[in-house]
Design a binder for this molecule. Structure first.
Ligand code: FES
Length: 241
């Protein structure tokens, strides 16, 4: 039997208590440990110990991005983080907090409106007139698709932007998640005129120039997208290279 101390952030906007860590001890058999994720434990805590514990989740398999939280100091998807990978020492502890950089709503839930506002700002859709006319399919070759495939893996969980020190200091900075989404459309072979989006990306306060290559975003991305590489490409394109 393994005993794990879970420290889970609690915050109720209607209470004057502020945020604090509630401690839960969970005892697990060796065989159940193998497949158990942090999300499984949170669900168990909510069902068996405290029904008021609040967190987001949906797909349970790394597709929807809704379960991103800070686990032992790293932004991670709770549904893809195995408890067995977090066990250290004789008295293992797992600390779960909301994503940093966004306003707390309740317990592990943050307000992601800023993330989605910045996503809308980079115009995540094809710009320009369609050359082929509306009657025909706007085709793309497998090679052209390959250029944007990595960026298409983004699930908009917000883990990268929440890990970015520039975003912590400057909420006007669009942040890595918005840049990855911008790149996906900017590099799409079917886009005809990306100048409108490039103007947003080239902005001195909010655009790509705020990236200081700290690499926190690359480390946080659950899909292993090379976000810094993408931002560097956008910088070169903004300069016309
Ligand atoms: S619940 Fe959908 S990504 Fe974790």
């Amino acid at each position: 039997m393994t005993s794990i101390l879970f420290k889970v952030n609690r915050y109720d906007p209607e209470s004057e208590e502020g945020s604090y860590y509630q401690r839960f001890r969970i005892e697990l058999e060796k065989d159940e440990l193998e497949e158990l994720t942090v999300l499984d434990c949170l669900i168990r805590l909510k069902e068996e110990r405290d029904g008021s514990l609040t967190f987001r989740h949906s797909c349970g398999h790394g597709s929807c991005g809704s379960c991103a939280v800070l686990i032992n100091g790293n932004n991670r998807l709770a549904c893809e983080t195995f408890v067995s990978d977090l066990l250290e020492g004789d008295e293992p502890e797992i600390e779960v907090s909301p994503l940093p950089g966004f306003p707390m709503v309740k317990d592990l839930v943050v307000n992601l409106e800023g993330l989605f506002d910045h996503d809308r700002a980079v115009k995540p859709y094809l710009l320009g007139e369609r050359k082929t006319g509306s009657e025909e399919e706007n085709l793309q070759t497998p090679e052209e698709l390959e250029r944007i495939k990595e960026a298409m893996d983004c699930i908009m969980c917000g883990a990268c932007t929440a890990a970015c020190p520039t975003y912590w200091d400057n909420k006007k900075y669009l942040g890595p998640a918005a840049f990855v989404r911008a790149f996906r459309w900017h590099r799409d072979s079917r886009e005809e005129d990306n100048s409108e989006r490039m103007e947003v990306l080239d902005d001195k306060k909010g655009g790509v120039w705020g990236c200081n290559k700290v690499f926190n975003c690359n480390e946080a991305c659950p899909k292993e997208i090379d976000t810094v590489g993408i931002i560097e490409t956008l910088k070169r394109e903004a300069l016309g290279f």
